[in-house]
Design a protein around this ligand. Sequence first.
Ligand SMILES: Cc1cc2nc3c(=O)[nH]c(=O)nc-3n(C[C@H](O)[C@H](O)[C@H](O)COP(=O)(O)OP(=O)(O)OC[C@H]3O[C@@H](n4cnc5c(N)ncnc54)[C@H](O)[C@@H]3O)c2cc1C
Length: 320
Amino acid sequence: MKILVIGAGISGCTCAWRLAQSGHDVTLVEKGRGVGGRMATRRMEGARIDHGAQFFTADDPRMKQLSQSWQDAGVIVPWYDKIPGREELSGRIRFRGVQGMTGPAKALSQSFQVETGFFVDLIQKYQGGWLVAEKGNGTRTFQCDHLIITIPSVQMLQLFERSHYTLDTETMDRLRSIRHTQCLAVLGILDRPSSLKAPGTVTHPVQEIDWLSDNHIKGISPIPSCTIHASNNYSQRHWETTDEERVPFLLSVAEENLKAKITSWSSHRWGYAKPVVTFGRTYWHSTQEKLSLAGDGFGGERIENAALSGWAAADAIMAV
Ligand SMILES: Cc1cc2nc3c(=O)[nH]c(=O)nc-3n(C[C@H](O)[C@H](O)[C@H](O)COP(=O)(O)OP(=O)(O)OC[C@H]3O[C@@H](n4cnc5c(N)ncnc54)[C@H](O)[C@@H]3O)c2cc1C
């Protein structure tokens, strides 16, 4: 079957990989420049910085299988299971990418065709399948027998609206009910090695910050560089304010905890960070519509659940 997947996050890549493994002709389209979605790694002044998800866990046998294959391929390594002084936190192994968190998605994407810089503007029923068109004056369109959409639910609903497409009332209500947290992230270059011990992380140093880490101690950056994730509350309060208003406080807390100066920085707003209300089922699938929906808004919080959502959607298609 000719299958098109929209969205190159871990759910889309896992889904596309599994379908390609079973012999389907799979193409994945992604609006960004590369694959990974919220598993994002950025280059900045010689540093390599994870600015979205920081690690993943693998409890389910399917995720263990995936993570073992990534370990065997040298794409990921175990990062830590305990933080010194925070023994109350779960002792599960957290994995990190060897070259940053985009690694797993990059590895999966070797098995199917990827079109990047492709913002899906419209989807349309066509000759018993689907036609998918890019935004702008781009000439790229794709035809497929089955379509899988793995973009965050708000963007999914916007795509439906642009395309004058809708599903049954219950499904649409469930889609509209999905909610994600917001996260203001700041990436910074440090003037010296930070004072953090391995694994190089501080969680909740103050209530306004969820996460602070040194990417050099983490093992992905040649030079000391930090990631700061503001809490959902702080991020929401400052979503529309300017960087001049919202960033200095975050920098000062980071500098105090890292015992280093941040010489330059850049900020990013994650509009859909982690799901707090989900669809209520791991994925949505309709043989009649020739459509499947997946992502963390279905599978639930964490990379593992997003990947398993894509995996389960692929299995539903293969079961036909
Ligand atoms: C700051 C932050 C920290 C996090 N920390 C962790 C962590 O440490 N551990 C953990 O397990 N989880 C963490 N998460 C959550 C985790 O990153 C997500 O649950 C998971 O990556 C979601 O994957 P996904 O495939 O569902 O969606 P995404 O990764 O969002 O993928 C969707 C893709 O669709 C693309 N797209 C959207 N619209 C279109 C369109 N119209 N056309 C084409 N492409 C489109 C997007 O560009 C994106 O690449 C974190 C998230 C954030 C933001």
